[in-house]
Every structure is written in C-alpha cells, then in structure tokens.
Design a protein around this ligand. Structure first.
Ligand SMILES: Nc1nc2c(ncn2[C@@H]2O[C@H](COP(=O)(O)OP(=O)(O)O)[C@@H](O)[C@H]2O)c(=O)[nH]1
Ligand SMILES: [Mg+2]
Ligand SMILES: [Zn+2]
Length: 299
C-alpha cells in the first residue's frame, strides 16, 4: 500500500540548536532539519534525542522526545526553563574581569549535583594575571570540595580543557562576558560564535549569545554553548534536597536535633556546629542559607 502523502519515514536525531519554538535537529541520515514540535508539546533543548518526521528535505516536525538521562533546569517563581538535556558535565566558566558572582557558582553547583552531573570550574582570562590570582584564591574552596578548577586563557589556548571534555556532553554555563563563546571558537574554529565586548563601566558582559548550540569535537566529545546566565533560580529543588546538593553537608545530614531542620539557625544544628568547628566553610553555609531563605522571607 502506498503511504499517505506527507508521511515520510520517521528519523531519529539530536537537537543541536534551540531558538524558542524552533529547533535544529541533526538527523541520523546526516542532514540538518529545521523543526517545530508536534502539537502544543512543550520545549525541547540542546542534547535532546528526538524522532522527527521530515516535511521537506530541510524541514520537519519533532514527533517524540526520548527519555532524558539528565535535565538541567533553572527556574524562576513562575516557570522552569530547560537549559540542556542529556549532559554529563557542566563547565562553569568564570573570569576575574568582569567580576563573577560566587553565588551563581554555588547555584550552578547545586543544580548539577541535583542531576548527578559532573562539574568543572574553568577560570578563564588567566592572561589577566593579577586579578586572576585573586579569583583563583577564592575558588580554592571549590577545589577543596572536589570540583576541579582549571585555569586557562581562551584567547591564547583553550586546548587545556580538552582532557576534561573527552567523552562528555558538556554544557558551558556562566555569566555573559566570561568567555564561553571564545572557548568554543578556540576549540572549534568552524563554530564562528559571536563574542562580545565587555562593559568596563558596568563591570559586566554584553549579551551576545542568544541561543544554545551544540558542537561536536569528535564522535563522543560534544559541547553546548549557552546564553549568559545572570540568574540561576533553583525553585525546582526543594529545601530538603538543597542541603544534600551541598556535598560537604551530606555527612552531617540526619544529625540535627530536629529531623526537619533547615540549618538556618535552629538549635543543635549539626551543620551549624560543623561550620563553627571549621569543617564546613562559612561562605558555603551562607550561600546555602540564602538559597533556602530568599530575601523577603523570614527564617
Ligand atoms: N583577556 C582575555 N579576554 C578574553 C578571554 N576570553 C574571552 N575574552 C574576551 O571576553 C569578552 C567576552 O567573551 P565571550 O566569549 O563573548 O563571553 P561569553 O558571553 O561568556 O560567551 C570578549 O571581549 C572576549 O574577547 C581571555 O582568555 N582573555
Ligand atoms: Mg557567548
Ligand atoms: Zn540543621
């Protein structure tokens, strides 16, 4: 029997770019298809494995999103946004200039822990030697928690990251202006990502990257460049889970006087005691407390 017209064979593929409601899918036949989602199905993200039905040689419809091994979300009080799917590693890109937010680093680490995603901190712009030295001192805390911190100058040589990226689907996250797109260009010259100037007056980066894009370094090493994150809401992680995402808290959880302790000033709190005794860094406890008790809420 002849198939009904328009019903081409389904193809499997991977989302390699997400522009709001439009997606670029790299299909198993080696072609790229510009796709929309079937019906009102809500969003996919870079890294999603999908099944598409081509409508022309360059266009198609995403019929199915296959189950994800990891889903990296950020949220605000009203909605969740999927940043990337199926990633195995998050690379948090920071730099001394413009200055980076240590709170944002802590939020990224918690989001990655929540999805069991490995994390690497890339301290970029090491050619700016003196400010980089100070930044590296404040990042030593994270190295001591087991998160590798790698210094590089993407402008000079981004390849020092390669051994850490091998075999992973990594997503680069961080504020605008830290050098994520410069890293991608350094590793994959053909990517030709637009990079932005930074505004000295505002001590911030310009928002040059407008959509996420996945690039292959080789068959099993891939990288996603994402738009700058100025905020990383974690409303999708409940407060009990949040304490678990602070890796050095784990061994003390369950030892507080109150089984529902939020570690925000309750009596006989094992986390507070560990901080007092120097076994938990007070900066980490302060970041955790800020996350569970955002400004405007009482403890
Ligand atoms: N000095 C220095 N500047 C860099 C380095 N990497 C990136 N930049 C600059 O930082 C600015 C922001 O870079 P970009 O890649 O657009 O950052 P993104 O917003 O994180 O993607 C650009 O002006 C880059 O040229 C570096 O290693 N050293
Ligand atoms: Mg960028
Ligand atoms: Zn406690």
């Amino acid at each position: 029997m002849k198939p009904a017209s328009g019903l081409a064979t389904a193809l499997s593929g991977e989302i390699v770019a997400a522009f709001g409601r439009h997606f670029l899918v790299n299909a198993a036949n080696g072609s790229l298809y510009s796709c929309v989602m079937r019906g009102k199905r809500s969003g996919g993200a870079c890294g999603d494995h999908v099944e598409i039905r081509p409508t022309t040689s360059t266009q198609g419809v995403i019929e199915t999103i296959l189950p994800r091994s990891t889903s990296l979300y950020r949220s605000d009080p009203y909605r969740q946004k999927l940043i990337a799917a199926n990633i195995t590693q998050m690379v948090i890109v920071v730099a001394a200039i413009p200055s980076f937010s240590e709170e944002l680093v802590n939020r990224c680490l918690a989001a990655a822990e929540n999805q069991h995603i490995r994390t690497l901190i890339a301290l970029n712009k090491s050619d700016l030697a003196e400010p980089t030295r100070t930044a590296s001192e404040s990042l030593a805390l994270y190295g001591s928690l087991g998160y590798p911190v790698v210094q590089l100058s993407a402008k000079i040589d981004a390849s020092v990251l390669l051994p850490h990226l091998q075999g992973h689907l990594s997503v680069l996250v961080g504020q605008s202006g830290m050098g994520k797109s410069t890293i991608i260009n350094g590793l994959i010259p053909a990517a030709n990502r637009a990079t932005g100037g930074i505004s000295a007056a505002l001590d911030s980066g310009r928002h040059t990257t407008t959509h996420a894009r996945l690039y292959a370094l080789d068959g099993d090493t891939r990288l996603i460049d994402s738009p700058g994150l100025q905020e990383f809401g974690l409303n999708h992680i409940c407060s009990a889970e949040l304490a678990w995402e602070f890796v050095e808290f784990r061994r003390y959880l369950g030892q507080c006087k109150f089984s529902n302790c939020r570690h925000t000033g309750e009596p006989a709190c094992a986390i507070a005691q560990a901080a007092n005794e120097g076994r938990i860094d007070p900066r980490r406890l302060a970041f955790y407390q800020k996350l569970v008790s955002p400004p405007g809420t009482s403890l």
